[in-house]
Design a protein around this ligand. Structure first.
Ligand SMILES: *Cc1c(COP(=O)(O)O)cnc(C)c1O
Length: 249
């Protein structure tokens, strides 16, 4: 692995461009999210200087603290977009409503309601959210159960109910779907997971033409190229940019 963050960012960006071109897609349609969880603000600043503007976090307190530190260094009106990429507990919704610019892991009505209420109460703009779907059944237990979404009417009904509720909330709006791969899985296993996630997003788009399901958050360090080949518009990359984390999460 190359040693400076700037070199690693450049390398990941090169791989994204190359994969996009092979897949006959525009590299501009793919957003690289630098997953900075566990790493200090100093390293976020290095990635920022290397051109990164999208950062991903998975702990509310950590996001809150880092956002405040970065605001202090770059000014309140800086151009960083903070993505919160992990499922939420209800007691964490205020911190995320206040500090996230995009939420990738919406899978429950209760969380949607609380996020919207808080955004509205704080006078913040509507929060863009991606539905986290679990099409494999093997990954973590998080995500909407969509293991048989193609032909299970009950699963379809539950997904539709969540979407319709989100659409009715004043301070939340859908922009797409997100999925987690399976850690360490072969690409032959991951590929249908990404394909079925994309197909689910397209189905939702056809069901709800007035809503936006055009974004797909699929792919991490070990599989972002596969994600792009299968249609990802957002890839969430931590280790390839910041190095191996000293503890896993
Ligand atoms: C940690 C994490 C990532 C990044 O994983 P890497 O393997 O470091 O690229 C992506 N998405 C989610 C939801 C994560 O928790």
């Amino acid at each position: 692995m190359k040693n400076s963050i700037a070199e690693r960012v450049a390398e990941v960006e090169r791989r994204i461009r190359e994969t996009a071109v092979c897949a006959q897609r525009s590299p501009n349609d793919i957003t690289l999210i630098a997953v900075s969880k566990t790493w200090p603000t100093e390293m976020i600043m290095q990635a920022y200087k290397a051109g990164m503007r999208h950062f991903g976090e998975n702990r509310p307190e950590e996001l809150q603290q880092k956002r405040a530190e970065i605001n202090h260094r770059l000014g309140e009106d800086n151009d960083i977009i903070w993505h919160y990429i992990a499922p939420l507990q209800s007691r964490q919704t205020h911190a995320i409503a206040d500090n996230a610019d995009v939420f990738h892991a919406l899978d429950r009505l209760k969380i949607a309601n609380r996020l919207s209420q808080r955004r509205q109460a704080q006078g913040l703009p509507s929060l863009p959210v991606l539905l986290q779907v679990n099409v494999s059944g093997e990954a973590s237990k998080s995500g909407l159960n969509a293991t048989q979404w193609e032909d299970n009417k009950q699963q379809q009904g539950e997904i539709q109910r969540l979407v319709e509720t989100i659409a009715s909330l004043p301070a939340l709006h859908p922009i797409g779907v997100m999925t987690m791969g399976i850690w360490g899985a072969e690409h032959t296993i991951l590929k249908p997971i990404f394909q079925r996630t994309k197909a689910l997003g397209q189905w939702l788009q056809s069901q709800y033409p007035s809503l936006d399901f055009s974004h797909y958050s699929m792919g991490m360090t070990d599989d972002f190229e596969l994600g792009i080949t299968e249609g990802a518009t957002h890839v969430r990359v931590g280790r390839a940019i910041f190095g191996e984390r000293t503890y896993t999460r």
